[in-house]
Design a protein around this ligand. Sequence first.
Ligand SMILES: Nc1nc2c(c(=O)[nH]1)N[C@H]1C(S)=C(S)[C@@H](COP(=O)(O)OP(=O)(O)OC[C@H]3O[C@@H](n4cnc5c(=O)[nH]c(N)nc54)[C@H](O)[C@@H]3O)O[C@H]1N2
Ligand SMILES: Nc1nc2c(c(=O)[nH]1)N[C@H]1C(S)=C(S)[C@@H](COP(=O)(O)OP(=O)(O)OC[C@H]3O[C@@H](n4cnc5c(=O)[nH]c(N)nc54)[C@H](O)[C@@H]3O)O[C@H]1N2
Ligand code: SF4
Ligand SMILES: [Mo]
Length: 697
Amino acid sequence: MTASIVYSLCGMCNTRCPIEIHCEDSRPRWICGNRHLGSGTALCPRGAAGLGLYADDERPQQPLIREGARGEGRWRAVSWDEALDYTAGRLRAIMDAYGPRSLLFSERPGPYSDLSKALVRGLGSPNHCNHDDACAHNVNQAAYTLTGSGRSQWNYDYKNCRHIVVQGRNLLESLKVGEVNNVLAALDKGCRLTCVDVRPTVTAARATHALCLRPGTDLAFNLGILHTLIAEKLYNAAFVAACVKDFDALADFVRPYSAAWAAEECGIDVEEITTLARQLAEAAPAVIWHGGWMSTRYAQSFMTCRTAYLINALLGSFGSKGGLILNAGAKDAGRKGLRSFAALYPAPEEPRADGVGWKEPPFAPGSSLLHKAFQAAATGEPYPLKAYIALKHDPLSAMPDPEAQKACLAHFDLLVSLTFSWSDTAWYSDVVLPMPSFVERGSLLQLKSGARPQILMRSPAAAPRHDTRPDWWILGQLGKRLGLPELAFDTLEDLWRFQLEGTGISLEDFQHGAVSLSETPINPGPVFKTPSGKIEVLFTPWEEAGIPSLRPYVSPARPGPEEFRLIVGRHACHTHSHTQNNPLLHDKLPVNEAWIAPERGQALGLADGDTAVMRAASGYSGQIRVRLVSGMHPEALFMLHGFGHSLPVESRARGLGLGDQHFMSGGLTQEDELAHGLALQAHFVRLTPCDTSAKDN
Ligand SMILES: Nc1nc2c(c(=O)[nH]1)N[C@H]1C(S)=C(S)[C@@H](COP(=O)(O)OP(=O)(O)OC[C@H]3O[C@@H](n4cnc5c(=O)[nH]c(N)nc54)[C@H](O)[C@@H]3O)O[C@H]1N2
Ligand SMILES: Nc1nc2c(c(=O)[nH]1)N[C@H]1C(S)=C(S)[C@@H](COP(=O)(O)OP(=O)(O)OC[C@H]3O[C@@H](n4cnc5c(=O)[nH]c(N)nc54)[C@H](O)[C@@H]3O)O[C@H]1N2
Ligand code: SF4
Ligand SMILES: [Mo]
């Protein structure tokens, strides 16, 4: 037996933790964290279950072209040549008839998007979208409009922090392994953790103090904190004078929002707000008020995230040890970054179909609004969209109201899905171009910015078990057939050599899967890439267009006496909707449940473990097991996202639990009032015991 280790990157979620894949006679046997990169061998349950994905035969195994109606599940298995010729031929015909801008592309973005962006640009379409309108769009715009840098350019220096506040951020379950390790290390050293949620979580259980707010009132809470920091002069006056523009406008804005008012709005004691503000001032500037991640929940989520960053600003934590540190890139390390494929082509000048960049004042670079592009496809305004390619993206699960989405998708002549697992979107497509699992796949090199910027390598540890091809190869082959031969590479090594050109780094330098660009940590300090070089409370482009950068608080609607607000979230054992059929993870958590407060259950005649009918305002309904959970806010019904699979090809996940997206009817037009991220939690549902509802029907 020959043993070997392949250094690579996990692909069970977008975090891409560095891993070691241990092989015996070239067969992957074990996956653990990469010991050479300082993060230890531990992985989260999903990463460890990568071998389950590798072994799974219930994933698309060869290219498929649809035979029956969309979604019917009748396929013709074809060769790669036929699949690529067919796809490229249809794309060419559509672009000839409607122009290149009729191509819409969406993906879960990341370092590998450089190639797909290049393809879309090279073909002449402005319509490259990401998934962020249902994820971090609002927090990204909040960071950008205040600091000139997007949310992921600000790193949290947990290790040196004295007080962390997470709000709607379930950091220990919706996790990144490195972040969890750093937070736990800080807690061991005495750092305080305040957790603000609407239900009990693992993060709340580990917190120094946990608070339960009325769902959707976080903006009131933050305004109460800002008010207290200013009224009690607890803020860092020197930092504010040096680094915050328009402080007076902020002080005027928060004046009406006292801690007492906020406490009443949120349903908590006033001391919860005043004490927290004082504790933070005492620990400042080594404090982190997390800006949020999955922040597309309410009509005022953008303002909630803005106020979170403004609290950091008043406490002086930007640029401070133990606070928010700007990620350093290759340039900061005095090095040249990776060569870009997208830079081979000029940015298209056509307006985007989703309106970003021309309908409204600027958003952070790279922003998109896929739900608006879908609506544009339905109306044909500003122009027809006719071909749609989804890469690593499952909007039918990951955006609200699949039926409304299908009505939009009906306007496309071609739907293509690149994926490594079955998904509702792949199943509904005209062409499925299947990829190997990350265990069998290499990817573009990734430049990871941070205190010590690095270039990371994902390498295949085994030959593909099925007739699947990596995304870089598929995109390159499509490019080659559509007049962009420079995007096609025969080998992964050729692709990597293109990226490394001019960096002085060679493939041999990637001994343990990474090359560090700096020996010592870099802290660029409080650098704000705004016109004034300061944090700008008022975002000039919006103010000039008559859009207020500080929007007054609007109290969220209360559910009716029989209703609950639908709250969604994640679990440590699953990633969105693509791990439920993984044999290892399915065994750990096969189904989702509806969590409600015990007193609400009792009033409805529901006991813990009962099955109930959950019904949306649209009438859509399904059965779900009910959990009575102490500490839940009574207005909230919580369920995990990602369940309710119905595809016949997924024997393990099929028929278990409910998909939250189906309970969000009308949700494609429910969004944040300023930044337009989706408002996924603007929906109410009802629960009825199974027997009663049977009689009702
Ligand atoms: N109703 C509702 N909607 C939501 C959410 C919610 O909680 N509830 N959460 C939102 C959030 S935060 C997010 S990030 C999005 C997530 O939305 P998505 O990114 O669409 O979700 P995933 O299930 O992670 O991935 C989608 C598909 O991509 C494939 N895939 C995953 N990784 C790769 C890869 O490396 N390469 C390729 N080619 N394919 C890959 C998977 O097989 C899967 O079929 O959903 C958002 N939408
Ligand atoms: N295991 C695992 N980890 C993941 C992912 C995954 O799929 N699985 N996905 C990754 C991705 S793409 C993302 S975006 C992040 C998301 O990470 P988070 O932003 O942490 O998202 P969630 O887990 O959806 O929700 C966090 C918490 O918000 C709470 N919440 C809901 N409504 C309110 C409210 O009105 N006020 C307050 N204060 N709290 C509220 C929920 O109860 C939940 O506990 O997770 C990432 N990490
Ligand atoms: S957080 Fe877990 S699933 Fe995500 S990359 Fe890391 S080990 Fe893999
Ligand atoms: Mo996300």
